[in-house]
Write a protein that binds this ligand. Structure first.
Ligand SMILES: Nc1ncnc2c1ncn2[C@@H]1O[C@H](COP(=O)(O)OP(=O)(O)OP(=O)(O)O)[C@@H](O)[C@H]1O
Ligand SMILES: [Mg+2]
Length: 422
């Protein structure tokens, strides 16, 4: 990277008493061709500058050279040249020069070191230097940007993994209850089956006694009573209506489990970015099922669905948005009559999802920051502060809008608007 000192042109300075008449020859020398001005230096210190432009004015005016030629250059020089220290950065110098240079540009600036003349700097070299520097900065900025993008997608990935972990824990919990009683019922059914098998054995014994005709009446009678006793024993432990209920419960439990599995499949949609024409009400149902575990001890959920046209979106991502909003709402509620209302409706351009909670609300100084990545008011380890920033990004990628309104102490409302399919 070039520095200011590299721009310094080693031009021999002119003394203040140098006569104007001979300056023209100096300007005409080939080595001074690209200079706009010459530095006037007295005992090492720059005291002025004389421009080619001024010289031209004198030389071109009638008798100018004759009248002025015998005078020292200090009588016509600009006594306030632009002085730039070589120790300054290129940016500082460029800032100083662009702010102070006179237009049209007729003079170069003078470079000094410790107050002493060091050389001449041309504006065009300074511009080129700055351009090079900006190009270098652009390269390092775009490198930084790609690094940032990479780490952003890493963060999104790890947030996904974190919420996936939470979700899996919730789902495991949801499945566990029906699984518990399905297992219990099956154990009972297996006990009942053992008794039924015993009845079958007693039944066969009676049947063979009757068929062979060899058994005594007493023996037949004994086998009959045995069968009746087992049958009565079975009926006492497992009355018919209870057995029916047992099987109904078991099937219900299995249906619940398969419903959760279907929703989970819908929710995660292995083909993450798959885009489809989707009914948002179904997305909400899916997300509600997944979030049930987080919500159920916090709030009642009221669904107020409008009839919606489809929305062209990645359903797994929209699920994620709704899940994040639901989780936040549940976290904000700390009262016995917690309530989350989800309303959907459509207008001619958008499908709107409005999620209202009666949680603690968001103070005005906080609301400005809630969509910022990593902003959280939750204790360390409880919130990453990414939920809403991810929701924002997803909604933005869908060309939608996400808005919030809140009254501290009363609750908050988040509105997600997604463009309807065309
Ligand atoms: N419904 C809400 N009611 C009150 N405050 C909310 C609500 N939703 C969000 N907030 C506030 O916005 C902040 C940021 O929310 P965000 O979802 O981005 O992160 P988080 O919930 O803190 O952490 P994470 O979602 O990553 O676990 C929360 O910490 C909370 O202060
Ligand atoms: Mg959150």
């Amino acid at each position: 990277m070039r520095n200011l000192v590299d721009l310094s042109l080693p031009v021999e300075p002119i003394a203040p008493h140098h006569l104007i008449g001979t300056l023209g020859d100096i300007f005409l020398q080939e080595r001074h061709e690209r200079l706009l001005s010459l530095p006037i230096v007295n005992e090492g210190r720059p005291v002025g500058v004389i421009s080619r432009h001024n010289m031209q004015k004198i030389f071109m005016s009638r008798y100018g050279r004759e009248i002025q030629g015998k005078k020292p250059v200090e009588t016509i020089m600009n006594p306030a040249p632009l002085l730039v220290s070589v120790d300054q950065s290129m940016e500082e110098a460029s800032h100083f020069v662009t702010r102070n240079i006179a237009f049209p540009i007729t003079e170069d600036f003078i470079l000094i070191k410790d107050g002493q003349y060091h050389g001449i700097g041309s504006v065009i070299d300074l511009l080129r230097g700055m351009e090079e520097r900006m190009a270098e900065q652009n390269v390092s900025l775009s490198n930084a940007l790609s690094l940032l993008k990479a780490s952003q997608s890493q963060i999104i990935q790890s947030e996904k993994m974190a919420s996936l972990g939470q979700m899996v824990a919730g789902v495991a919990h949801e499945i566990n209850t029906p699984l518990g009683y399905v297992k219990n019922n099956l154990e009972m059914a297996s006990e009942a089956f053992k008794l039924l098998r015993d009845i079958g054995v007693a039944h066969n014994a009676l049947l063979s006694a009757l068929q062979t005709g060899e058994a005594s009446d007493e023996e037949v009678h004994q086998r009959l009573s045995e069968l009746e006793a087992r049958n009565a024993g079975f009926q006492a432990v497992y009355p018919e209506d209870e057995m029916d209920a047992l099987f109904k419960d078991t099937l219900y439990g299995l249906e619940q489990i398969s419903e959760i599995v279907v929703n989970l499949k819908n929710f995660s949609r292995l083909d993450q970015a798959a885009v489809d024409n989707v009914n948002i009400n179904q997305c909400i149902d899916s997300a509600l099922l997944i979030a049930r575990n987080v919500i159920k001890h916090k709030a009642e959920v009221e669904r107020n669905y409008g009839s919606l046209p489809t929305v062209r979106c990645a359903p797994s991502q929209i699920n994620q948005v709704i899940l994040n909003l639901l989780t936040n709402a549940a976290h904000a509620i700390d009262r016995p009559d917690g309530r989350i209302v989800i309303r959907t409706q459509a207008d001619e351009r958008y499908v709107h999802i409005v999620l209202t909670d009666n949680g603690k609300g968001i103070p005005p100084e906080v609301i400005k920051k809630i969509f910022d990545p990593f902003f959280t008011t939750k204790p360390v380890g409880q919130g990453t502060g990414l939920g809403l920033s991810i929701a924002f990004k997803i909604v933005q990628d869908h060309k939608g809008l996400i808005r919030v309104k809140s009254k501290p102490g009363l609750g908050s409302a988040f509105c997600v608007s997604l463009p309807r399919s065309t």
